[in-house]
Design a protein around this ligand. Structure first.
Ligand code: SF4
Ligand code: SF4
Length: 369
């Protein structure tokens, strides 16, 4: 497959003269505009397009998710190109955690600084009130507001990830743009079961279950809509779910990403990846550790696989930061940092997504701005 173009704008300010302190042209917020021009945002957005701007809002306690000022800038650029932007996110797996419903997701977003006022666009929770509004594509439940949008702009905050190695554009598509049942199948093998010997019969799982599938200690697999709420509700460890890690999870993320891209149309998706505050854990975590590398900049591409491959390479080539989770032996430029952190092969998502036709792992980086 032909090498895909990935554009990079460095986070490093291009001037240092103190007398230029008030010139906003040197701000990354201004230079992102150059990046957007180079990747063709103006041509990508057509007059009147409903443009989904996909962001991860973080959890309560996350402190290093993508700052709202970057999202707002992208919203402004979409509007200038003639589009009608909305900022979007999906509910999390489960039924009890605050961000498992649209209401909790919006409240968490507000607490983390994302509101219509700060973003300059309405927020739409793409998979509905409880996470079951979707369009099925290739057997994957794609969040309805994502599938129905004319264009999709994926803004990813690059991070490590304890079960998939790292999280970037592919993971943002394959988990962030899908409804609960698809998230369930990426994370969990098979259906939940109750271990009768551990079950006290308290009925908490049945109260939480949105489909009435549970009469403890039985779960009717036919009625289960795959939310993982029963496992979350049981305080006795009686609900068995086989959580996936590593290679198999990465394969499923890539398959799910492929369905999202097919639902929206590959020509209708554009990626911006922020290599800023690259934390070891993803923004689903309720805390943020120190970044593992210095800020690098922002990448833009029409290709999800290339933008992730380029991000991995830039992070690999960068020196690692002391006072981070990276062990000293993995702080050198050229060290495979995510592999050292979690003993996961970060390339699996990339290889699998390329195999499925999501994009090209061969890339060329062109620095702009
Ligand atoms: S919540 Fe746990 S202990 Fe209670 S009924 Fe359900 S499986 Fe049994
Ligand atoms: S049985 Fe299925 S639908 Fe019911 S709570 Fe468990 S995972 Fe959700």
């Amino acid at each position: 497959m032909e090498a895909a173009r990935v554009f990079l704008v460095s986070s490093r300010a291009p001037v240092h003269e103190p007398e230029r302190w008030s010139n906003r042209r040197y701000s990354l917020l201004s230079r992102i505009e150059v990046l957007a021009r180079k990747v063709g945002l103006q041509e990508f957005v057509e007059e009147g397009d409903l443009v989904a701007v996909k962001v991860h809002f973080g959890d309560r306690g996350t402190t290093r998710m993508l700052r709202s000022i970057y999202v707002r800038r992208m919203v402004e650029l979409v509007r200038e190109a003639g589009g009608k932007p909305f900022v979007t996110e999906t509910t999390g797996l489960g039924m009890l955690h605050p961000r498992s419903t649209a209401i909790g997701r919006l409240e968490t977003a507000r607490d983390n600084g994302y509101t219509q006022e700060t973003l300059g666009a309405p927020i739409v929770i793409a998979d509905g009130l409880r996470g079951f509004e979707y369009v099925v594509q290739d057997g994957v439940e794609v969040a309805s507001a994502i599938a129905e949008a004319d264009k999709l702009l994926v803004l990813s905050h690059l991070t490590g990830h304890f079960s998939s190695g790292f999280g970037g554009a592919i993971k943002h598509l394959g988990l962030g743009c899908v409804a609960k049942p698809a998230k369930f199948r990426v994370h969990i093998e098979g259906m939940p079961e109750i271990e009768a010997r551990k079950c006290t019969g308290c009925g908490r799982c049945a109260e939480v279950c949105p489909s009435g599938a549970i009469s403890p200690p039985e779960i009717d697999g036919e009625r289960c809509v795959m939310c993982a709420g029963c496992g979350e509700a049981c305080a006795h460890g009686a609900v068995k779910m086989e959580w996936l890690m590593g290679r198999e999870m990465c394969r499923r993320v890539a398959a799910s990403a492929s369905a999202v891209v097919r639902a929206v149309g590959r020509e209708n998706v554009l990626f911006f990846s922020f290599l800023l505050e690259v934390t070891p854990h993803c923004d689903c975590c309720a805390f943020s550790d120190n970044p593992i590398v210095p800020d690098i900049g922002v990448l833009a591409s029409r290709d999800a696989v290339a933008v992730d491959a380029a991000a991995l390479e830039l992070i690999r080539a960068s020196p690692g930061l002391p006072a981070s989770m990276l062990p000293e032996s993995a702080r050198g430029a050229g060290a495979e940092k995510f592999e050292h952190l979690f003993q996961r092969d970060a390339r699996v998502q990339i290889e699998e997504a390329e195999r499925l036709g999501v994009g090209a792992a061969e890339f060329s980086v062109l620095e702009v701005g």
